[in-house]
Ligand binder design. Sequence first.
Ligand code: PEP
Ligand code: MN
Length: 335
Amino acid sequence: MIAFLRPNCTLKDRADVIGRVEAAGLAVRIEQIDRREALALVGASAEALGTDLAEHPAVLEIKRLPVPYELVSRALQSERTTVHVGSVAIGGGAPPVVIAGPCSVETEAQVNTTAEAVAAAGAQLLRGGAFKPRTSPYSFQGLGHAGLELLAAAGRRVGLPTVTEVVASEDVELVAEKCDVLQIGARNMQNFRLLEAAGRAGRPVLLKRGMMSTIEELLLAAEYLLAAGNPDVILCERGIRTFEPTTRNTLDIAAIPVLQERTHLPVIADPSHACGVARLVAPLSRAALAAGADGLIVEVHPRPEEALSDGPQALLPEQFAALMACVPLAAACAR
Ligand code: PEP
Ligand code: MN
């Protein structure tokens, strides 16, 4: 809800309104909306507070936002958010950012070789899973803590910030200590306690769309992160499950411009998990950038046939370098 303030209200009345927002346990957010001063009332007690404030002398009108995801919506913030990771800017009109690396960190040599190759090709962030959310309990589950250390060391060696998935609330602190961006994967998009913990972690979060989640559910999952105090959230379209079995998932290209309309947060695409096969990664990457994605996250492996997870969709370093060469032109199509 939004409480528009009367432009000529007394300072005392204005202070009284702000005091009531604080007393209701809500953060005080004063915004300029349609060139008018407005107090954003966001939180569980907003509804009751809005009703109370409707007759207040400092309040011109109370308006309900047209969407339930208030903090991530453009209604409260029209300018786009730029998420900064080290010296890398993501979103907000910055040139597209490419995050690349193996699905899983497997060995020191594998992650270092991949890190060197993706850095040389121009990737701005290094990805690699240490805690893997696998469908089968018998599949490789990741190296855990050792994997985090190897990823962090590889990132330092090549000068790239790191992105890694966190699958459990109790690991958030440790992952936040070792890596620069916390990834919340498709399978955990609606793990609300994990979202709250990641929202408090003090690190940017890469939030992937659930394979069976709607755009609105993705935005509400992001709302959990912002409501927990984390403004640095990057959304990722990674394909949804449809009736089409040819590709692993179906990249929902329309979700990219729809998300760009609805939220100020950066939106990137994951062509690797969307299609599941290396030869389709480049065309999907170009399509996503042309549709307005702020970046890509791509899986790369020096020997895909030996990969312990997601080998069929991993690009070889030279395939990744060829993809990088297309990025500026594909992104230019979005302007
Ligand atoms: C991954 O990035 O390796 C991953 C498991 O992705 P998703 O959560 O999108 O399936
Ligand atoms: Mn993967």
